[in-house]
Design a protein around this ligand. Structure first.
Ligand code: ATP
Ligand code: MG
Length: 181
């Protein structure tokens, strides 16, 4: 990465009250490893990696035009991936979240950004280098998805800090069902 490059990613930032609740649960029920700071809890939608600062204006404009819809996300699975990534995930991925990620990836690819081709596995990382499979029962956390954001990840000598570069509301969910005659 060169001096004029930014390490960028789009994500859903975890609302601070929910982040505090999740961290309090983690300290009680799943301490260990290298915990992610409450301020850093997020769900990644698209990782862009190192990009020149000149990409910012087009990215902000692309995000502002994204027709994303809000929804309710229930995190009710607790897992650990190889390498020790302790995370929460939903057992049911809302269609609106899948659609948001799909649209974002399609537009970013269309604009020439190279993205991971792996299947989308929405999750919130709780800790890294977590030493063993989590033992206790999975908790349930309800997260109203109302906005998404573009972050720049910066290393401050201790760990990564995410600088908010832009944030956009997700429109209210379309009511389902038919209209009354
Ligand atoms: P650290 O690397 O210091 O442990 P971090 O992983 O939170 O902290 P970044 O590496 O800058 O910070 O990553 C920012 C976000 O992008 C995180 O959600 C991370 O999981 C995700 N990410 C990082 N690298 C990739 C990658 N190669 N592909 C997909 N997502 C990635
Ligand atoms: Mg990382």
């Amino acid at each position: 990465m060169t001096a004029d490059q930014l390490r960028l990613f789009f994500a859903l930032p975890c609302p601070p009250p929910l982040a505090s609740t999740i961290c309090a649960w983690r300290e009680r029920e799943a301490p260990g490893g290298r915990p992610v700071d409450a301020a850093n809890l997020h769900l990644t939608l698209a990782f862009l990696g190192a990009q020149p600062a000149s990409c910012l204006a087009p990215l902000l404009s692309l995000a502002a035009q994204l027709p994303g819809e809000g929804c309710e996300l229930r995190l009710d699975r607790l897992g650990r991936w190889r390498g020790g990534v302790l995370h929460l995930a939903p057992s049911r991925v809302p269609q609106a979240l899948d659609e948001l990620q799909r649209q974002l990836h399609a537009r970013l690819s269309g604009a020439g950004f190279e993205l991971e081709r792996r299947a989308f596995r929405p999750h919130l990382t709780l800790a890294r280098h977590y030493p063993q499979p989590p033992a206790g029962a999975a908790p349930t956390f309800d997260w109203p998805l109302r906005q998404f954001a573009l972050f720049c990840s910066e290393y401050d000598g201790h760990g990564s800090r995410y600088r908010l570069l832009g944030q956009w509301p997700l429109r209210p969910a379309t009511p389902t069902g038919r209209s009354a005659p």
